[in-house]
Write a protein that binds this ligand. Structure first.
Ligand code: P6P
Length: 338
């Protein structure tokens, strides 16, 4: 008989990894799991209720907000506020950081950076979407009010990070710096159950994920890497396969399991890169590094990038170690940084 281990049981079991912790991080991770189940319920019936489509507002990025990403944002923030372990949230959906002021949360030891619903443009076409989150210790003293400076921490300072992918099944994948574990939601019991213990990304892969529609705007090194992927060479299992979903979390999750590389380089429209460093690149970089992969901006480790703005953008090369190393080699040769 297979023994089901729920996310809650696993978190408590792993609490021993943190001898000095009093359970706050464990409770915070459970709060995120609760919000994920609520968001999942709405995503699964998105086609049936008036929660699809445009909300008529735009987020800090100037992107039209879908009703579901506003709903998801509200659910995560309220779960964190009532959980009491988090004092501040930085969200893609909010220009300013959100102070959690309930009598429990204002003294929370942690802050959370989150993209509540990444890839939300895929919602109405029923394609996988995701949530990404990072957890940091607050830098401000408990006696002070938390503020934006608590968010401006390098990715190496993360105490935990993860994502939820709402796909053919809903999975929560997270790390606390001691490996990566994946949990699949069992709707019949309403629990995330350990399904992918100790996830490792293959060192090599044959899948590359990039929006080739922007090919002409890519740096020369990226163009050369794409052509490298397309060359027929049996010995190195090329040509590779191109897979691009338009939801980074879904592309990254597939590459984590199968091996592969996801690239969002600089383009004319996004000279700094399109993806956000704080709540997209950093959490996914932490996960992939913990699973044995690499995540860089083509030159520098993502987790080492100085964070100066909450909504700072970055380009990203992330996935199987040898694929990222090859892409970086081509960037150095054809798009050297002055
Ligand atoms: P493009 C979704 O908006 C997102 O942030 C990522 O999830 C996704 O990989 C990327 O943007 C898609 O961007 O420019 O290829 O449509």
């Amino acid at each position: 008989m297979t023994v089901v281990k729920t996310l809650g049981q696993f978190i408590i079991e792993k609490q021993a990894d943190f001898p000095y912790a009093k359970g706050e991080l464990s409770r915070l991770l459970r709060d995120i799991g609760i919000a994920a189940k609520i968001v999942n319920r709405e995503i699964n019936k998105a086609g049936l209720v008036d929660i699809l489509g445009e909300a008529g507002t735009v987020n800090v990025q100037g992107e039209s907000q879908k009703k579901l990403d506003i709903y998801a944002n509200e659910q995560f923030i309220s779960a964190l506020e009532s959980g009491g372990e988090c004092c501040l949230v930085a969200s893609e959906e909010n220009e300013e950081v959100v102070l959690l002021n309930s009598k429990f949360s204002k003294n929370g030891k942690y802050i959370v950076a989150i993209d509540p619903l990444d890839g939300s443009s895929n919602i109405e076409v029923n394609v996988a979407v995701g949530t990404t989150f990072s957890i940091y210790r607050r830098k401000t003293d408990v006696s002070e009010e938390p503020n934006e400076s608590d968010v401006l921490q390098k990715g190496t300072e993360q105490v935990a990070a993860g994502y939820i992918v709402y796909g053919s099944s809903t999975m929560l994948v997270y790390t606390t710096g001691k490996g990566v574990n994946g949990f699949t939601l069992d709707p019949s019991i309403g629990e995330f159950c350990l399904s992918h213990p100790n996830m490792r990304i293959p060192e090599d892969g044959t899948i590359y994920s990039i929006n080739e529609g922007y090919y002409t705007h890519f740096p020369e090194g990226v163009k050369k890497y794409i052509k490298y992927c397309q060359v027929h060479d049996k010995e190195t299992n090329r040509p590779y396969t191109s897979r691009y979903i338009g939801s980074m979390v879904a592309d990254l999750h597939r590459n984590l399991i199968r091996g592969g590389i996801f690239i969002y380089p600089t383009t004319a429209a996004n000279p700094q890169g399109k993806l956000r460093l704080v709540y997209e690149c950093n959490p996914l970089a932490f996960i992939i590094e913990q699973a044995g992969g690499l995540a860089t901006n083509g030159v520098k480790r993502i987790l080492d990038i100085e964070v100066n703005k909450v909504h700072q953008r970055s380009c990203i090369f992330i996935g199987s170690k040898n694929m990222v190393l090859k892409a970086e080699e081509m960037m150095r040769e054809y798009s050297p940084v002055a």
